[in-house]
Write a new protein. Structure first.
Length: 133
């Protein structure tokens, strides 16, 4: 453990701990929050997913949107990277493709805050098979 040498070191540790606690508490009530998953496989990272994820985390917090942003592996849409999946409370997830910071801004304003669909949605290409028991 690092030694605390100044008040600023102590404040930095406190901020890190507060972020950790906030992340844990959001995780326990995730179904009540806007959930954003960013595909961070190699193809996504190469296409700019890291910048998109950082933008989403900063922008959602600055705009007061109660959301949790997480990273995930490949979603299978390599042709449309960076891709994100947005799940609004009580609704089915929607996957958006080619999400740079400009498109992410539009998704936040129009879809997450306003409820209107925007261009860039990747249609569902599979259905879960329900078996009879």
């Amino acid at each position: 453990m690092n030694k605390i040498k100044s008040l600023s070191d102590l404040k930095k540790i406190r901020e890190e701990q507060n972020r950790s606690i906030e992340l844990r508490s959001k995780g326990e009530a995730a179904e009540k929050l806007v959930q954003v998953k960013v595909a961070m496989a190699t193809c996504g990272i190469a296409s700019g997913a890291k910048e998109t994820m950082e933008f989403l985390m900063d922008s959602l917090e600055k705009r007061g949107v109660n959301a949790v942003v997480t990273q995930t592996g490949c979603m299978g849409y390599c042709y449309a990277e960076p891709t994100i999946e947005v799940t609004m409370p009580g609704k089915e997830p929607v996957v958006f493709g080619n999400v740079n910071t400009q498109k992410a801004d539009e998704i936040i304003e129009k879809y997450i805050k306003g409820g209107a669909l925007v261009d860039g949605i990747i249609p569902v290409n599979y259905e879960t098979i329900q078996t009879k028991e």
